[in-house]
Design a binder for this molecule. Structure first.
Ligand code: MTE
Ligand code: MO
Length: 309
């Protein structure tokens, strides 16, 4: 198949200093208002937020932009929380393609700019709950991953979906160490991947994803621990057998395949009963499925969630 010429040249990608300067404006227009007021011309003609907005986080306050973009986990750029913001500048986000392959009738490779135009982008306010017992509330921008998966027409053997992040030690200095097995890999069951809460994410706070948050495209799975939400992905593979994630490989006792947020199942080394919302002092109770039980609990009906942690 042929692709339209990308409208954004690498030289035109919104640089960090521009969006830093616009930060205050972002905060004013955060949440639902962002859609209507968005000055698309600042993105070389590309609007990221749309008029549609689904607020699944109810009345919770958004985590400030500074925290969302300066307190990160992205081991490709180091293991410290401030490493990604400091070092992710070396990541090149154009040109960028995602290949979807495996148990599909129509394997495809999409250019990132094609992805941006594929489905209406929505702002969705979701909590991200890290397994380290902190959390954030972020206005993500993207569309349900199901839209992309449907395009490639999964075969009857497609039972799981594997996500593979970029592997390039030149751009990602953390990959020169063996803190994880590279590339970063994660996986979901196909019904989890097709659930409308599972987001193919290209932006936050109304703008293209900052590099430290997984530019140019990442997954967000709001009812699971943060590590299930793979960043800077280049490949999606539909497979018959349950894939092994980088974290499970590193420590199978601590990081299970399902990793649904569950206050009743402790991590091997600490409790999951409470969490600290980044920027707040007092901890708050952790909710089953990170507060999305109503939407997703039925996916696990009859399963022992202590065994399938
Ligand atoms: N490729 C890749 N994806 C990743 C990670 C990583 O180290 N590498 N860290 C994960 C973890 S542990 C968390 S909590 C979230 C953090 O996302 P954020 O920095 O945008 O808040 O990204 C997840 N995705
Ligand atoms: Mo995490």
């Amino acid at each position: 198949m042929t692709y339209p010429t990308p409208k954004i040249k690498p030289s035109e990608i919104t640089p960090r200093d521009i969006y830093q300067a616009r930060r205050q404006f972002m905060q004013l227009t955060a949440a639902v208002a962002a859609a209507a007021l968005w000055p698309g011309e600042l993105f070389a003609g590309e609007k990221l937020a749309t008029a549609k907005s689904s607020n699944f986080a109810a009345k919770e306050e958004l985590t400030p932009y500074d925290k969302v973009t300066q307190y990160n986990n992205f081991y490709e750029f180091g293991t410290g929380k401030d490493d990604p913001a400091a070092y992710a500048g070396s990541l090149k986000t154009r040109p960028w393609t995602i290949t979807i392959e495996g148990e599909v009738h129509k394997p495809m490779t999409f250019d990132i700019d094609q992805i941006l135009k594929m489905a209406p982008l929505e702002e969705r306010i979701y909590r991200l709950r890290c397994v380290e017992a902190w959390s954030m509330v972020v206005p993500w921008i993207g569309f349900p991953l199901a839209e992309l998966i449907k395009r490639v027409e999964p075969t009857g053997k497609a039972k799981f979906v594997e996500f593979i992040s970029l592997h390039d030690p030149e751009q990602m200095p953390g990959q020169r160490t063996s803190v994880l097995n590279w590339p970063y890999k994660e996986g979901l069951r196909i019904d989890e991947a097709m659930h409308p809460l599972t987001l193919l994410t290209v932006g936050l706070y109304g703008e293209v994803l900052p590099k430290q948050n997984g530019a140019p495209v990442r997954i967000v799975v709001p009812w699971k621990y943060g590590f299930k939400s793979a960043k800077s992905i280049v490949k999606i593979r539909l497979v018959e057998n349950q894939p092994v994630s980088s974290w499970t490989q590193a420590n199978p006792n601590e990081y299970g395949f399902y990793s649904n947020v569950n206050p009743e199942v402790d991590h091997a080394r600490w409790s999951q009963a409470k969490e600290r919302r980044i920027g707040e002092f007092f901890k708050r109770p952790t909710l089953p499925f990170n507060g999305y039980a109503e939407q997703v609990a039925q996916l696990y009906a009859g399963m022992d969630l202590k065994k399938y942690f």
